[in-house]
Design a binder for this molecule. Sequence first.
Ligand code: SIN
Ligand code: FE
Length: 291
Amino acid sequence: MSAIVNLPITDWQQPFSAELQDQAIRALEHGDVLVFPNLSFAMSESESQFLSPSIIGKSKNVSFDINNGKLQGSSVDENATVLLQQMMHRYAVFSKGLMDHLFPQYQQDLIQSRTSYRPLEIAGRTTSWRKDDTRLHVDSFPATPVQDKRILRVFTNVNPTGKPRSWRLGEPFEKVAQRFLPNISGPAWGARGFLNAVGLTKSLRSAYDHYMLRMHDSMKADLEYQATVDHLAYEFPAGSTWIVYTDHVSHAAMAGQYVFEQTFYLPVAAMHDEQQAPQRILERMTQKALL
Ligand code: SIN
Ligand code: FE
């Protein structure tokens, strides 16, 4: 099962020793969760207006793309939109800074994707089983193939009343794969081209994407598995930050409100040890190149 590795820093721009960088990258790639219990994200007084579920429209979060400055999912007025954009931008910059300081080996290849702010309480929210993140899963998204990349995420719990973000961490990836892979058939010939041509995917769904998506779905659909599988319940305190490869670590978010999240992609080839990548693990198990 994933281990929790605590790093007691308080500053997003704090330098790390080479020894700590080495320990951190090994732990992260092995499937541990790196937790910074005292690394919070300060919100100004005017930003505290965003500590309300009413700032979003129909979506479940506000999303921001630092590459083009685009903000989506909010329902605030024009003045507040600028402020919200600045806040999201600041989180994007801080989380990138943390990555660069902790994982200089990734810096050249790390791709910064969406920043999200999630002001809704998770517990009791109703969604379809496929979108239900209170069920253990590994991340894989139907419309967004990753192909040869990893999904690496930074989270910060900014809950103002001290409520933790309660997660479950499931069994190791190999075990998840041993359990579900035998019942998953390979991609249908021609399916990836079709899905892409009709706009159901944003790029071609690789064989790896296919297996990951089926594993994600199989895990969530299996209520017996959800109820009985070994897991660790972990509460990320308010005012804490954590980093995890969510394509590797089986996880579920059970309760909590107000969290920031920054998604990064990293090509498998840029890892310190690419043999630990889910893609490589599944390739060993299927004895196929999953391209
Ligand atoms: C998830 O990635 O499944 C949700 C995590 C969270 O919002 O805490
Ligand atoms: Fe997830």
